[in-house]
Design a binder for this molecule. Structure first.
Ligand code: PEP
Ligand code: MN
Length: 346
């Protein structure tokens, strides 16, 4: 359900607070014309109080039995903040998980080009036990003359790949007119870097019944990314995976500058899972593994990488896709490092 208004106050209940005590606080907020967002946690229940800050300040919430602390939420993002929900969010799709110890290993072609190329890639990545299959049907291309993706035909090919391998699908939604088709086919809806600030599209996927993989905009700050996620969660869809994919800087030696620092910062600021795309910032295949290693070591909850059976023939991002023949070695490295970081492939 869409959330009207932002939680302004956090009411932290004591570890031994009873359900009745939680209900009393909620009833008091209700009575005052405010509302409550109750998040039961491992340690304690946290109640987000939604309403005018001035009005909330007049309520004697500290005095209620079971209440330990009342704190204002000062950050502009509320629903996605760690304060509101101290326990990490786990996204579960067709029995695969991402977040809180589950490492999301997402792999597949940049773009669905042909049925054979997609099925070949899907089989190769499935054989390595990845979590999900990626593949673009609608592609955001810098040039209007470049291959724009196979659209609906690609969605059908992806569904066939899922049917054969059992892997959940991640595919990008670019246009509100494609919502129905993409939401129907995808298990996770990708919002690409170029659409991170397309607020009407964000609200649209906020009303969709599928998790969203939200990529950081090319020139967006960490706060911009969190505010974009807030747009989605505000509409009622709390299943959002954040993705650092590199930003534009003065540096040209790599395609984009992978902001490794964003990973621990995001992990502190939000309860949502944070994954990394090492392929697009690398721009060339020899840099994908080092960037992926850095991401895992920095605490990412997963990676999303591009794989192609014959990258030299790829219609999009040819230089950065990992050949299927080399994916086994790549996956070995990722699995070992993820396990060293205490993660299980989800
Ligand atoms: C992609 O994942 O294929 C893609 C286009 O990524 P980004 O939106 O990060 O550029
Ligand atoms: Mn790509």
């Amino acid at each position: 359900m869409a959330i009207t208004g932002a939680p302004e106050l956090l009411i932290v209940m004591g570890a031994s607070a009873t359900q009745e005590q939680v209900d009393e606080v909620v009833a008091r907020l209700d009575e005052a014309g405010c509302s409550a967002l109750v998040t039961p946690g491992r340690e304690a229940t946290v109640i987000g109080a939604i309403g005018e800050r001035e009005l909330l300040a007049t309520l004697p919430l500290e005095g209620f039995a079971g209440v330990e602390q009342v704190l204002p939420i000062l950050k502009p993002y509320k629903l996605v903040s760690r304060e509101l929900s101290p326990d990490p969010t786990v996204i579960e799709v067709r029995g695969r998980r991402i977040g809180d110890g589950y490492f999301g290993f997402i792999a597949g072609p940049c773009t669905v080009e042909t049925r054979e190329q997609t099925l070949e890639t899907a089989r190769a990545v499935a054989a390595e036990g990845v979590t999900m299959l990626r593949g673009g049907a609608f592609k955001p291309r810098t040039s209007p003359y470049a291959f724009q993706g196979l659209g609906d035909e690609a969605l059908e090919i992806l569904k066939e790949a899922r049917y054969e391998t059992g892997l959940p699908l991640v595919t990008e939604l670019m246009d509100p007119r494609h919502v129905e088709a993409v939401v129907e086919a995808a298990d996770v809806i990708q919002i690409g870097a170029r659409n991170m600030s397309n607020f009407s599209l964000l609200s649209e996927v906020g009303r969709a019944p599928k998790p969203v993989l939200l990529k950081r905009g090319l020139s967006s700050t960490v706060e911009d990314l969190l505010m974009a996620a807030e747009y989605i969660v505000k509409e009622g869809n709390s299943e959002v995976i954040l993705c650092e994919r590199g930003i534009k800087t003065f540096e040209t030696a790599t395609r984009f500058t992978l902001d490794i620092g964003a990973i621990p910062v995001l992990k502190q600021e939000t309860h949502l899972p944070v994954i990394v795309d090492p392929s697009h910032p690398a721009g060339r295949r020899d840099l994908v593994l080092p960037l992926a290693r850095a991401a895992v070591a920095a605490g990412a909850d997963g990676i999303i990488v591009e794989v192609h059976p014959r990258p030299e023939e790829a219609l999009c991002d040819a230089a950065q896709q990992i050949p299927t023949s080399e994916f086994g070695d790549f996956a070995d490295e990722i699995r070992a490092l993820a396990s060293l970081m205490g993660r299980t492939i989800g």
